[in-house]
Design a binder for this molecule. Sequence first.
Ligand SMILES: Cc1ncc(COP(=O)(O)O)c(C=O)c1O
Length: 367
Amino acid sequence: MKVPYLDLPAQFADNREVREAIEEVLRTGQFVLGPAMERFERAFAELCEVKYGVAVANGTDAIFLALKVLGVGEGDEVITVPNTFLSTVGAIVQAGAVPRLVDVAEDYNIDIEKIEAAVTSMTRAIVPVHLTGNPARMDEINDIARRHNLSVVEDAAQSVDAAVGDRKTGSLGDLGAFSLHPLKNLNTIGDGGVITTDSEDLHGKLLLWRNHGLKNRDEAAFFAVNSRLDSIKAAVACLQIPGIGKVTEKRNRFARIYDEELAGLAPKVVIPPRREGVRQVFHTYVVQIEERERLIEYLAERGIGTKVHYPIPIHLMEAGHSLGYRRGDFPVAEAQAGKILSLPVHQHLEEAQVRYAAGCLRRFYGG
Ligand SMILES: Cc1ncc(COP(=O)(O)O)c(C=O)c1O
């Protein structure tokens, strides 16, 4: 049996709806901005239960633009984590600010006990990352932000449709930044991103910032960037919205199967943490394990694809050297980086494939 880590052709090849949506855009000739993009923005805002969605070129720009409309720039510091996809930190650097990293907790998300020690007079914002599709502790983060007069930008690239109580990620901070990259739970046929907010003021600024600062066809209010989402990609992303609940449901079902099958292997295999009242969406199903390299090979020999998200914490990457941290500064994230493994959990799998993958893992550990 094969259990591929991903199966993008299963989603897009021979998809009649996608072809029709693309053809519709081709018929209108409105390839940039226009009705397809606006339809997507409205539908995405509704999904996240916020007033506004602003479609942009990718998830990295979504974080960058969210910071820019908050006024973040040179001389400012922005708090985030070292175990995220590198672009969370890259976007902060691109915005002109200094990233201040804070270690994570056992749930892979920012350790709320360690945030305040990183706040200085220059701190302007916190960017919590809902890593793996598991919401960060937003109540506590918002409390800290309020106490220190900071803004909060959720990096929700991995957490579309996740929720804390009945509130979706993307509605929990001042702004939410999402990616529509093909690997994401809600995606499109290439790069894409979207920003959510309830603020009319920030929404207005985002519309300018993603479109050269243009107030109208001929006049710009300030110099900005071109980060528009192509209409074709917006139309395809829009098609995914009605089905996202089913995607979440399927990933959760597979996650439960892994939980049940692997729970007995602790402490050799540590399954993902759960939190009461939180809906995770399992963008990745991450276990911590011993003997990772040997296990990856063992599973690959049995047709099972795995990945590591992410093997090198950002402060230990070459790009991260400029941040001024050293090995040992973030012991939890560093220890996790050596043990984490993402198992296949995507919605194009069948239950039998998940049980087979879990069974192989159990056999490896003699369980
Ligand atoms: C946590 C996180 N932040 C930011 C991004 C950046 O998104 P994009 O690749 O669309 O620029 C990604 C995805 O790649 C991500 O997983």
